[in-house]
Write a protein that binds this ligand. Structure first.
Ligand SMILES: [Zn+2]
Length: 98
C-alpha cells in the first residue's frame, strides 16, 4: 500500500471513529429529552444515529473479516511459494539419484 492510500485509510478510519463517537454522545445526551410525540425531531435524529452506528458496525465487521481473510491468503501464499521453491522436479530428481 502506497503512502497516499495509507493516509486515506487512516483519515477514513479517524472520520468513522469520530462520527461514531459523535452519534454515541448525541444519543447519550438526548436520551432523557422531553419527547414531543410521533414527529419528535430529536427522536428522528436518534433513529438516524442508530442507523449510522449499525452501518459503521457492519462496515467495521466486514473490514475486519476481510483483513483476516487477506492475512490468511497471504500466509497460505507464502507457504505455497516456499514449498514450490524447496521442492522442484530437479531437486526431487537429485534426491532420487542420491
Ligand atoms: Zn422524542
Amino acid at each position: 500500500m502506497n503512502r497516499s492510500r495509507k493516509t486515506a485509510a487512516v483519515v477514513l478510519a479517524v472520520l468513522l471513529v469520530a462520527l461514531s463517537l459523535f452519534f454515541v454522545g448525541f444519543s447519550a445526551a438526548e436520551a432523557g429529552h422531553d419527547c414531543a410525540g410521533d414527529s419528535c425531531p430529536v427522536c428522528e435524529c436518534m433513529a438516524f444515529a442508530n442507523r449510522v452506528l449499525k452501518t459503521v458496525a457492519k462496515v467495521a465487521a466486514v473490514s475486519a473479516a476481510s483483513a483476516v481473510f487477506a492475512a490468511l491468503l497471504i500466509c497460505i501464499g507464502r507457504e505455497d511459494t516456499a514449498f514450490l521453491r524447496k521442492n522442484t522436479l530437479v531437486s526431487w530428481k537429485v534426491k532420487l539419484s542420491n
